[in-house]
Design a binder for this molecule. Structure first.
Ligand code: ZN
Length: 392
């Protein structure tokens, strides 16, 4: 349309839009919070990141995407973007997000972002007009019970098998059964000490979920997935809802703000390092490490998908004999890797090596965060239990 083109100032519009994308809430992706979003959904009127724009692209009925830099913008569209924007649109589509519901962040996996964006704009689950979550929250405990099949990784060559999972709030547990009609559950995962983390890379499935809990004082991992993205994210939020209700009963004086970070949590850092034994003369062996900041635990595994850790180390506070230092004692050398660090605990020190300097820095930063965090009453109990176990 040459006439329209003449009326539009393309370069000027791009500049206006770029300025608008740096104002207030527009400067972070409307869906995952990533900084400096370069894309928009111009039908919804929001600024989004490249990753989230990929999800919006598949919702063509409600969302159309345009790049700020690469596409043409006419006067009317720029005006509409100014009238809407991230803050105003969030007020509408996130009016009633339940407190336990997980809002993905930039570093989270694709399935979490995709289902969040679909729930928000396609299903409109959180608008003021939609009362499904309000009704759900008002219901008695037990209303959140859920039953369904998930594929669970087994011991035999890591094959995944279909298992029936049953979330039963009254029993305070997530149960799983090998077959329908079987009497007792094969596993009982207590709501009191469970965590769930999406681990698509580690599990090798885009919907892979790791569930961690305590069994007879030992940390146990199970790995599951569901073929359907919505189902696995619904399971994840059902676990969070059940944990939320459980924790509210267990800690009646705690505020929602205190409890929400404890519903499920991501690990501070995971990856391979080499370690030697307590004599510090044993050959360094490559192990998979998981640092859990909330539970103050360092776990190491032979294989990242092992059910049980080879070792669990409590990481206490700096004032109680815990420390982390770069480097190894003189004369000690790693096997294949040279970037050493030393973890000091009251019982023994752990000598570890990382593959590169970047990894070393990340591990030290993660350990320092735990060590500088004050210990809670529960932490002291956990410390006593773990240290007793280590001495055996
Ligand atoms: Zn995003």
């Amino acid at each position: 349309m040459p006439a329209g083109r003449a009326m539009n100032n393309w370069d000027g519009n791009k500049k206006l839009l770029l300025e608008l994308s740096r104002e207030g809430e527009n400067s972070a992706c409307a869906d995952c919070g990533a900084a400096d979003p370069a894309w928009t959904s111009y039908t919804l009127g929001i600024f989004i990141c490249l990753n989230c724009s990929g999800v919006h692209r598949n919702l063509s009925g409600i969302s159309r995407v345009k790049s700020i830099q690469l596409d043409f913008w006419d006067d009317t569209l720029v005006k509409e973007m100014r009238n809407k924007g991230n803050q105003a649109v969030r007020k509408c589509y996130e009016a009633k997000v339940p407190p336990f519901y997980y809002k993905p962040r930039a570093a989270d996996c694709r399935v979490l972002k995709e289902q969040w964006i679909r729930a928000k704009y396609d299903q409109k689950e959180f608008t003021a007009a939609n009362s499904q979550w309000q009704e759900f929250i008002a219901l008695e405990p037990g209303a959140g019970d859920r039953v369904g099949c998930l594929w669970k990784r087994g011991k035999d060559k890591g094959r995944f098998r279909s298992r029936i999972f049953h979330l039963v709030e009254k029993e305070g547990a997530l149960l799983y059964y090998t077959k329908e009609g079987v009497k007792g559950p094969k596993g009982v995962i207590p709501l009191s000490n469970m965590n769930a983390v999406f681990q698509p890379e580690k599990i090798g499935n885009p919907h892979g979920l790791q569930i961690t809990y305590l069994k007879d004082g030992h940390t146990r991992n199970i790995f599951v997935y569901h073929k359907n993205g919505k189902d696995i994210v619904d399971w994840f939020n059902a676990i969070r809802a059940a944990r939320f209700r459980y924790l509210k009963l267990a800690f009646p004086t705690a505020s929602d703000t205190d409890l929400i970070p404890k519903l499920t949590w991501n690990f501070a850092k995971e990856g391979y390092m080499e370690k030697t034994g307590p004599m510090e003369k044993e050959p360094f062996k490559r192990r998979w490490f998981t640092l859990d900041t909330l539970d103050r635990k360092l776990l190491y595994f032979k294989d990242p998908l092992d059910a049980y850790a080879q070792g669990e180390v409590f990481i206490g506070h700096t004032g109680y004999g815990y420390d982390v230092k770069a480097g190894l004692p003189s004369g000690v050398k790693g096997n294949k890797w040279n970037f050493g660090l030393t973890i000091v605990t009251p019982d023994r020190r752990f000598l570890l090596t990382c593959e590169n300097d970047q990894d070393l820095k990340e591990w030290i930063k993660a350990f320092k965060e735990v060590i500088s965090k004050p210990m809670s009453l529960q932490d002291y109990t956990a410390e006593a239990t773990l240290r007793r176990k280590q001495r055996r």
